[in-house]
Design a protein around this ligand. Sequence first.
Ligand SMILES: *Cc1c(COP(=O)(O)O)cnc(C)c1O
Length: 467
Amino acid sequence: MHRQLRTDLNNFEKILSHTTAVAKEHLNQLDTLPPGRFISDIPLQDLPLKGIGAEAVLDYFQKNFAHQMANSTGPRYFGFVTGGSTPASIAGDWLVSAYDQNACGSNDSIAPQLERQTIHFFKELFGLSEAYFGSFVTGATMANFTSLALARQWVGEQRGVDFSNDGLCEAAPIKILSGTPHSSIMKSLSMLGIGRKSMIKIETLPDREAVDIVALENNLKEAGEPVIVVANSGTVNTVDFDDLEAIGRLKSKYNFWLHVDAAFGGFAACSEKYAHYLSGINHADSITIDAHKWLNVPYDAAMQFTRHKRTQLQVFQNSAAYLGDPEKSPDYFHYTPENSRRFRALPSWFTLMAYGKEGYQEIVERNCEAAHHFGELIKASENFQLLAPVRMNVVCFTLREIDTTMEAIKRFLDGVRDDGRVFFTPTVYRGIPGIRAAVSNWLTEREDMELAFEVITVVNQKMKLQV
Ligand SMILES: *Cc1c(COP(=O)(O)O)cnc(C)c1O
């Protein structure tokens, strides 16, 4: 064994405590570290010939890089839709690395069975029928990709073609209909060979991001062939929800695959106040829900659900001879894009066991309340204006200047980031450049929103003085 490996093997325990110390240093400051920072390109170093050993690497990392990480797990990182990591989920995540299981389904570990258990918990949490088959992928983008791969196969089947074997070269274009699809849907269409241009954007309701059901029906009628409908449960700008009951009713008249992108909106199911937004979700043929957003587990975790397990097998079956019986569950090799896969269900299992249904109801309700409070502060202010009413956990707003350009928004957001207490990301809503505050962290309290409002007010004043 290499000398350095031997030393580290003998020092394993010390390395683990040292790692904990580095993590502690960060986690003890979640309330004060700047949520986001500007980092420019670093000069690249050459690969060391001789290693320095794990302990020295920990020191090196801590000295040079630790203070330049984003505090994205803190209570005031409001960019994108960013969840933090609950204590239980961090424990689970660390153990994923320690055990390093290949959760592909080979029958040598409890890992795939625990994934099946975790999926069962989720079906209960989201009110999904037991008829769904579910699996973990890396994020909602991959869950959308996986689901649309099934939808593509299903369209082929309706046409009497097996795309998984015959490919798409000879195929007529596949039509996708959606009101306000997430950008990852478009990316998936590109990856799947369906093409971004196959998306037919359907009109939305007045002043809403939810699809207009009448327009959707007209388009289904016009299509005159089996198509894919992507329904959106929780749009990123205004957390709007398509009417899944109404879309479900259309299924009895028209032949289409219904995919529901509920990346973070799925968590509406955790609270009686919001669960009605998801009513009808069981009409879906496939569903996407992220875990690394509102479940607050570390990155690299989302769930993909489908009622068409057989179709999923057709698309993802791995034909290598050493694989087990593909009909046996849970043999994830044959159902997900990956073969070897991280045991990414474990942090979710830990956090669901630790905090239960009630814990998630509390997080969702507290986050939404915080967002509503921030929305009220914006509404009452002279400097800012809401771009849309606050429905759940996202506040979409802009500067109250007559011509607010994207350039001005970016300058404003740079100022907010450099202040070091809050972090937001820009957006464009109905052609208007704006700002999104997405509240989805388990630590966020009402006071954080008050502090956030104070910061944006100060930065706005400073900007006005500079003009
Ligand atoms: C975040 C998000 C995605 C993409 O999720 P990743 O986990 O970043 O891949 C897809 N759809 C919606 C609605 C989202 O909010």
